[in-house]
Every structure is written in structure tokens, then in C-alpha cells.
Design a protein around this ligand. Structure first.
Ligand SMILES: CC(C)(COP(=O)(O)OP(=O)(O)OC[C@H]1O[C@@H](n2cnc3c(N)ncnc32)[C@H](O)[C@@H]1OP(=O)(O)O)[C@@H](O)C(=O)NCCC(=O)NCCS
Length: 126
């Protein structure tokens, strides 16, 4: 897929019980395809949610990887040390992508894994 990338971040606040998180949506568009990722912050803690490529026909062409790498690079530049996410144990495509980029699984529930990536030495070139 050609690499005419546009990343937009839309600041907004979302109330989560007992916590205020500062949130951003990172969006990457290539032609008719859009990848989105929600970035939640609580102090120095960062979690990533709602990772999605639409329309689904554009999945498995590297767009999700490009967006995730762009977001991790940005967070690294902002001085964030670590980011985490949850993924369903049956979501093999997402798990493969996360591991390839550098996430490691650190915890799990009956349904989900929690995966973390260290950003202090993160490089999108790896
Ligand atoms: C997860 C998602 C965002 C990834 O975006 P994407 O653009 O498809 O990702 P990429 O093309 O960069 O990489 C997908 C990887 O999954 C692999 N993959 C696809 N189907 C797979 C399967 N059934 N089993 C194992 N791996 C699979 C691809 O081979 C590719 O890995 P590779 O490049 O190492 O070969 C996208 O698939 C999506 O929107 N899924 C639905 C929503 C979702 O599950 N979000 C994640 C929530 S945690």
C-alpha cells in the first residue's frame, strides 16, 4: 500500500470511574483506508485502546503496523517509558502484530492478555 500517511490527533477528555484520563485518537489514512488507535494517559501510564483498521478489506496490508509504530515513536519522543494494551487471546492477527513490534505478554485473564512495550529504547526500525 502506498505510504501517503496523515496522522491526526484529536484531544478530548473521557471520564473513567475514579480516574481522569487524557485521551487522543491517532488516525492514519491511506487512500480509502483508516486505522485508528485511542491513547489514554494517567500520569506517566499510557494504555492503548480501540485499535482498528476500516474497511476490513484493508487489513493485513501493514496499515495497523504503520499506525502503531508511528504512535509508539511519538510516545517515545514525549518521554513515555512504557505502554500497555489488552488483547483477546483468540485475536491471533493482533497478537502477532504486537509481538513483532516489541510488545511482550505480561499478564492474562481467562479471556485477555495484557501486553506491554518499553518505549525508552523503542525504535520503529526494529
Ligand atoms: C488488529 C488490526 C488493527 C491490525 O491491523 P492490520 O492493518 O491488519 O495489521 P498489519 O497488516 O500491520 O499486520 C497484521 C498481522 O496479522 C497477521 N495475521 C492476519 N491474520 C492472522 C491470523 N488469522 N493468525 C495469525 N496472524 C494473522 C498478518 O500476517 C500480519 O502479520 P505479519 O505482517 O507479521 O505477517 C486489524 O486486523 C483490525 O482492525 N482488526 C479488528 C479489530 C481488532 O481486533 N483490533 C485489535 C484489538 S486488541
Amino acid at each position: 500500500m502506498s505510504a501517503a500517511l496523515l496522522i491526526q490527533e484529536e484531544p478530548y477528555n473521557l471520564f473513567i470511574p475514579n480516574q481522569w484520563h487524557i485521551n487522543r485518537f491517532a488516525t492514519l489514512r491511506v487512500r480509502d483506508a483508516e486505522a485508528r488507535l485511542q491513547i489514554c494517559r494517567r500520569g506517566k501510564e499510557v494504555s492503548l485502546w480501540s485499535f482498528d483498521v476500516q474497511p476490513a478489506v484493508y487489513r493485513n496490508q501493514g496499515l495497523g503496523t504503520q499506525l502503531m509504530k508511528a504512535v509508539l515513536t511519538r510516545l517515545s519522543e514525549e518521554g513515555v517509558h512504557e505502554a500497555w494494551l489488552t488483547v483477546e487471546k483468540t485475536n491471533h492477527a493482533a497478537i502477532r502484530l504486537y509481538k513483532r513490534i516489541g510488545f511482550t505478554i505480561t499478564e492474562h485473564s481467562s479471556r485477555d492478555y495484557i501486553a506491554k512495550v518499553k518505549l525508552s529504547d523503542y525504535s520503529a526500525e526494529k
